[in-house]
Ligand binder design. Structure first.
Ligand code: GSH
Length: 205
């Protein structure tokens, strides 16, 4: 099977980490949706990565669906709990991580790609507040634990870890480790995992 994505995409990283954790072999195909020759729109009408292309030709998107596919078809510990209440809580964590990532993309995209922005200072502040409230909530709820939910690594950690990793890549001037020492401690444990190391984003823009 093939996973279409870019090395720097935090959503593709979620999918890569889940596939790796669940011991599913895949070929990572670097394909930028902004490239006119991109194959991505053939498989995802939304023109976004990640897309998982199965050997039978079926395409699966987006990152949340790919993680669930990996969790059910792969091996090893579950990333998403079976129990309804636990699953809802882990999905809430995923929404928090993805939402922080969405706000980082909104805040940094124009500057990183040298595009003129029509957004106001108030709009940027609104995105920053989403990031800051999100990080504060994550820090408070993780507390002294090594994982977001319970005592085992799972989807919640994949989503929050992808968001923190994307802060390092896209918003380098933001000192989140200084503002959130609990997240700094947590991220040191998380970023040492093989699945995170293998999918670490490039440091160039
Ligand atoms: N909710 C989607 C978001 C995917 C997404 O926005 N991917 C970006 C790359 S980081 C993309 O493909 N953008 C191209 C575009 O929107 O045209 C997911 O979780 O997979």
């Amino acid at each position: 099977m093939k996973l279409f994505g870019t090395p720097g995409s935090p959503y593709a990283r979620k999918a890569r980490i889940a596939l790796t954790e669940k011991k599913i072999a895949f070929e990572f195909v670097v394909d930028r949706p902004s490239n006119p020759d991109s194959q991505v729109p053939r498989y995802n009408p939304l023109g976004k990565v990640p897309v998982l292309l199965l050997d039978d030709g079926k395409a699966i998107y987006d990152s949340a669906v790919i993680v669930e596919y990996a969790d059910v078809t792969g091996s090893g510990p579950k990333l998403i709990p079976e129990n309804f209440t636990d699953r809802i809580e882990v999905r809430r964590w995923e929404a928090l991580g993805d939402g922080i990532t969405d706000a980082i993309v909104s805040l940094t995209h124009d500057a990183r790609y040298g595009e003129a922005s029509c957004e106001t200072a108030a709009w940027y502040l609104k995105q920053l507040k989403k990031i800051e409230r999100g990080l504060a909530a994550a820090e408070r709820d993780i507390g002294a634990r090594a994982c977001c939910f319970g005592s085992a690594f799972g989807l919640a950690d994949i989503a929050i870890g992808a968001a923190l990793g994307y802060l390092d890549r896209a918003y380098t001037e933001y000192n989140w480790r200084g503002k959130y020492p609990g997240l700094k401690r947590y991220a040191e444990i998380l970023f040492a995992r093989e699945s995170f190391r293998a999918s670490a984003p490039p440091t160039d823009k």
